[in-house]
Write a protein that binds this ligand. Structure first.
Ligand SMILES: [Zn+2]
Length: 179
């Protein structure tokens, strides 16, 4: 009985092997394509800043460290960075330029809000399922520091709201940039 059923199953097993082998080939060729593209993108993007945990602790204030390196969130309405004038907002960890004052607006949410980034390449988006919510986390592309989250309830022309921790960014007034 056992032998008989084994023989019966042989063609099916063979077919399964063929399918698995075929899918494996497909997958590996896809992977090659993706990694090639990623390597190409990396060379175009700004150079990464990679520091050890100790180095980050030395470079940042405890609050900046908590937000940027431990994905912390500052209390609402504590650092909205209002009325700073015209200038740009850079990453507090690596000085990567992230936003400009032209795209900053008062969303009433209690954190600095922007409807657009300076350059999409300067910001990385990742799905975040923490606290039983599905949100999109935004990180600095250069140092992978946590900045905040992005929501789609912002004003036009983008309809986006970059909800950013004030402690994760630093403001640079335009006059200071020109000096
Ligand atoms: Zn950064």
């Amino acid at each position: 009985m056992a032998i008989k059923s084994a023989i019966k199953q042989t063609p099916i097993i063979g077919l399964l092997f063929a399918i698995v082998w075929f899918m494996g080939c497909q997958r590996s060729s896809n992977n090659l394509g993706v990694s090639k593209n990623m390597e190409k993108d990396k060379t175009d993007a700004t150079e990464k800043v990679v520091l050890t945990d100790e180095e980050w602790k030395r470079r940042l204030t405890p609050e900046q460290y908590h937000i940027l390196r431990q994905k912390g969130t500052e209390r609402a309405f504590t650092n909205e960075m209002k009325n700073l004038g015209i200038g740009s907002f850079v990453c507090a960890g690596c000085e990567n330029e992230l936003f400009v004052s032209d795209t900053k607006y008062d969303s009433g949410c209690g954190w600095p809000s922007f409807y657009d980034a300076v350059d999409d390449d300067n910001i990385t988006q990742e799905l975040d399922y923490s606290f039983s919510m599905k949100r999109i986390e935004v990180l600095c592309s250069r140092c992978d520091g946590h900045l905040g989250h992005i929501f789609n309830d912002g004003p036009q022309p983008t309809g986006l709201r970059y909800c950013i921790n004030g402690g994760a960014i630093k403001f640079r007034k335009d006059d200071e940039n020109k000096k």
